[in-house]
Design a protein around this ligand. Structure first.
Ligand code: PRP
Length: 174
């Protein structure tokens, strides 16, 4: 597999710390509920909560739209819903990447209907070029070009989630 490192491990870690600091300030005394979107967000989620200094709880939902393809299927499937109710909670969705924006739009609609006190989004990576809309993400780690990326939780056909950096997936060598 050919890969080109796009965001180094140290750069990722520093940005995660900055985001966590901002979130800790903004959500002080709000007891936020962080909602991680599996599977891709699990590494980012695990790192950012350990840098967040205020009380919070977390939950996960699992969705899938890509299958074994590098382009979205256009259909979002809920594989696991949240355990906790959102009513009156300050909810922060934690995503690894916003690509076409389809997944996030779908999740936002679904969760907004459950009457949270507020609903915002923290995404590590944002391909603004791919969805042409800057207002989807409240806390953005990095804006990245419209290329297929792997590592730090992101996969190609379920592999490479363990890479500690973000790389551009270039080709698969059997
Ligand atoms: C990825 C990623 C986002 C979504 C973004 O999930 O984790 O949830 O795609 O793409 P979009 O903006 O075009 O909708 P994927 O469906 O690959 O599942 P995974 O997290 O289990 O890898």
């Amino acid at each position: 597999m050919k890969r080109r490192v796009l965001i180094e491990e140290k750069t990722l870690q520093n940005r995660v710390k900055e985001l966590a600091k901002q979130i800790s300030e903004d959500y002080k005394d709000k007891n936020p509920l962080l909602v991680g979107v599996l599977k891709g967000a699990f590494v980012f989620m695990a790192d950012i909560i350990r840098e967040i200094t205020i009380p919070h709880t977390l939950d996960f939902m699992a969705v899938s739209s890509y299958g074994a393809s590098t382009t979205t299927s256009g259909v979002v499937r809920i594989l696991k819903d949240l355990d906790a109710p959102l009513f009156n909670r300050h909810v922060l969705i934690v995503e690894d990447i916003v690509d076409s924006g389809l997944t996030l739009r779908y999740i936002m609609r679904l969760l907004a209907a459950r009457s949270p006190a507020s609903l915002k989004v923290c995404a590590l990576l944002d391909k603004t070029e791919a969805h042409q809309s800057m207002d989807l993400v409240d806390y953005r780690g990095f804006e990245i070009p419209n290329q297929f990326v792997i590592g730090y939780g992101l996969d190609y056909d379920q592999y490479y989630r363990n890479l500690p950096y973000i790389a551009v997936f270039e080709e698969k060598v059997p």
